[in-house]
Design a protein around this ligand. Structure first.
Ligand SMILES: [Zn+2]
Length: 324
């Protein structure tokens, strides 16, 4: 390659445009690799509870870079043309990330936009910057992208942020994927409810105690009454023993340590050892509890195709319950 200082302006511009194209191509190739890693659940066997944790922890990408690439992975899974739009520059990764957040929030709001409706939204933001994209999405449905509105930004001290993150992990069963804003909103709503009850005698929505850890087999949501629940004191002991973190450790010795969606797992399955014994209990995040089930399932059905048995989407409830 010629020294840059010797390039003509036309050559410099041409090379730069070429590099931008290359950068997009490599980004898309990286996303395809991440998709394959997710399909094989390789990140889980390396001790990561999520693809995001793997991309930041193992690959060293920043939180934002990881989130943008994983958003592109999910959106292009549903709408494959997104890949081509990223390659051509019609959609930036930031815009794709905003779109994915927008569609996810629409789902949380109980809406089910069709693929065609999503395509129409995407068409409206093609060629726009991230800021313009968010403005456009906010105009379509403000509540699905509240941060794009005129809300005030609040900066929190590190110690408060750490407490917020801890609460986010405790509530990860109750409010999966809840943002810091959503956690704060819930806390304020609960505090208001208590205050209003005190002042005006109204009931409002009172906070229910949310246990930091779920007995995966007996959780009411699974509704499988095949064995008695693990006593509360024993659950606390399991929690203390694991220091409130996932105990899965990879063959390379990396412990997961996730504090989110924690469940109690019977090391020797309940079907083989039908009693609650502290030595047989451990704390696993949902991803690793599910992984254990998938492996057990693959062992009992050795002829099944590993790829088809790898579950990428949200877990089926019965599978979670059967994991221990
Ligand atoms: Zn884990």
């Amino acid at each position: 390659m010629k020294t840059l200082a010797l390039l003509s302006e036309a050559e410099l511009l041409k090379n730069t445009s070429h590099l931008v194209q290359e950068e997009r191509r490599i980004t898309l190739e990286l996303i395809e690799h991440l998709r394959e890693i997710q399909m094989r659940r390789l990140h889980e066997s390396l001790g990561y509870s999520s693809l995001h944790a793997f991309v930041t922890g193992h690959l060293g990408l920043s939180e934002g870079a990881a989130q943008r690439r994983i958003s592109a992975l999910y959106l292009s899974k549903e709408l494959p043309e997104v890949t081509q739009k990223i390659q051509s520059g019609a959609l930036s990764l930031s815009s794709v990330s905003s779109l994915q957040t927008f569609f996810k929030n629409q789902k949380k709001l109980g809406m089910k936009p069709s693929v065609e409706e999503k395509r129409e939204v995407i068409a409206q933001v093609e060629g726009l910057s991230r800021k313009e994209t968010e403005k456009t999405l906010y105009a379509i449905q403000p509540e699905a992208l509240p941060q794009a509105g005129s809300g005030q930004k609040v900066s929190l001290p590190e110690s408060t942020l750490a407490k917020l993150q801890k609460l986010q992990s405790y509530w990860s069963h109750k409010m999966p994927e809840a943002s810091h804003e959503e956690i704060l909103d819930r806390l304020i709503a609960d505090a208001l409810s208590v205050e209003e009850k005190k002042r005006f005698g109204t009931t409002g929505q009172e906070t229910k105690a949310i246990p930091p850890v779920v007995d995966s087999h007996s959780a009411a949501e699974y509704n499988i009454p095949t064995r008695p629940a693990i006593p509360a004191e024993m659950r606390r002991q399991v929690w203390r023993k694991a220091q409130g973190r996932c105990e899965f450790t990879s063959s390379q010795g990396r412990r997961c340590n996730s504090q989110r969606t924690l469940e109690i797992d019977h090391i020797i399955p309940w079907s083989h050892n039908p009693e609650h014994d502290l030595k047989n209990l451990r704390l696993l995040c949902r991803a690793h509890n599910l992984r254990r089930f998938s492996l057990a399932s693959a062992r009992s059905h050795p002829g099944s195709n590993a790829r088809s048995s790898a579950h990428v989407g949200p877990p089926a409830r019965a599978h979670e319950a059967s994991a221990c």
